[in-house]
Design a protein. Structure first.
Length: 161
């Protein structure tokens, strides 16, 4: 696999997970506060089960591919770029397991809790911004790479009838 292909795979996963986290941040977490106390436990269980399927395997794959990219790109890119993109993934994992998961566990065991919901929504900005930064960074590298390696396309107006 070429470095370009590895970069493209990393960008694809980062873009997917960035899209998911923005929906969670702007729609899902605020909506959790609107679920009635009687229905909350069932709704939260369905939410966590569904999110496990939506992000579980992609997050594991992203971590593996980010590690591979850091290892493969280190000689060409140096430590800053190669390890910086990996550091953002590690930051997301740390925030997920040491901040988000404890909030979700609190909601699962104690039911509706506005303080836990608010804490979850506020601290989730860390993951949202880290994934957004990584997707933007990888996208910029991909753009730079394509600017130097893709042939120029003809002007569309020049070939239109």
């Amino acid at each position: 696999m070429t470095l370009t292909h590895l970069l493209l795979l990393n960008f694809t996963l980062a873009a997917y997970l960035t899209g998911v986290i923005w929906v969670v941040q702007l729609v899902t977490y605020p909506a959790l506060a609107l679920v009635g106390k009687a229905e909350f436990a069932r709704y939260h269980a369905a939410h966590t089960r569904g999110m496990g399927w939506a992000v579980g395997a992609p997050m594991v794959l992203e971590l593996a591919l980010a590690g591979w990219l850091a290892w493969a790109a280190y000689p060409a890119w140096g430590a800053g770029r190669a390890l910086g993109q990996l550091a953002l993934v590690v930051l997301v994992w740390l925030a997920t397991f040491f901040i988000a998961v404890p909030f979700h566990n609190r909601l699962e065991t104690g039911g509706y809790n506005y303080i836990a919901l608010d804490g979850l929504r506020r601290t989730n900005w860390l993951r949202t911004l880290a994934w957004t930064a990584r997707a933007a960074w990888l996208g910029w590298w991909l753009w730079q790479l394509s600017a130097y390696s893709l042939p120029a396309l003809p002007n569309i107006r020049a070939i239109a009838p």
